[in-house]
Design a protein around this ligand. Structure first.
Ligand SMILES: Cc1cc2nc3c(=O)[nH]c(=O)nc-3n(C[C@H](O)[C@H](O)[C@H](O)COP(=O)(O)O)c2cc1C
Length: 177
């Protein structure tokens, strides 16, 4: 059975991106699923001084290990001030110092959502540059705008946006065959 490792680029306990990831995962019945929470991989704010003094946090090795065990990755990026969150960037900064190929060339479904009408499109744009640099093969991307209007009770309620994600998930799954 192929394994999907999924996470939101957010450390919010009520992350809307985590909710979107959970919804996407409902289409992956025939896969083994592991949904990560960045809070379980907490790391100090990256600094070269801490790196020199103490090396890498154990959680950076653990996050990399989770990626190594994946056949495919699903990630949804939250947006803070027109970029992905500091929590996500910090995770990537530490992990990248161990080795730049964090995602092991695994096929990736990259999503984003925000409460705004652009659906965290800036985080998505930045993620499209960052993730491939870290060894992610982005197969499909999807941004959900205006989360509070278009998502309810664990599901996308906007029919056209739901159909768009379903088509992209289908294309993504074909790539995993
Ligand atoms: C510090 C901060 C900055 C934000 N900046 C943006 C922004 O630039 N663009 C946007 O669409 N939403 C912005 N938001 C709203 C987030 O999209 C919203 O908090 C969302 O719930 C974050 O995703 P998450 O719940 O998965 O963490 C910001 C929120 C915070 C707390």
């Amino acid at each position: 059975m192929k394994k999907i490792v999924a996470f939101a680029g957010s450390n919010s306990r009520t992350s809307i991106n985590k909710q979107l990831v959970k919804f996407a995962l409902t289409y992956f019945d025939s896969f083994e699923i592991k949904l990560l929470d960045l809070n379980d991989f907490e790391m100090p704010m990256f600094s070269v001084d801490k790196e020199t003094q103490s090396g890498y946090p154990e959680t950076a090795y653990q996050f990399r290990e989770e990626m190594e065990q994946a056949d495919a990755i699903i990630c949804s990026l939250a947006e803070h001030n027109r970029n992905y969150t500091a929590a996500f960037k910090n995770t990537i900064d530490w992990c990248s110092r161990i080795g730049i190929n964090i995602f092991g060339n695994k096929p990736t479904l990259l999503m984003s959502t925000s409460t705004g009408g652009y659906g965290a499109g800036n985080a998505m744009s930045a993620g499209k540059i960052l993730l491939p640099r870290c060894g992610s093969e982005i197969i499909e991307t999807f941004s959900l705008p205006s989360f509070n209007e278009n998502f309810s009770e664990g599901k996308i309620t906007h029919e056209a946006l739901k159909a768009e994600l379903e088509a992209k998930i289908l294309a993504f799954k074909k790539k995993l065959d």
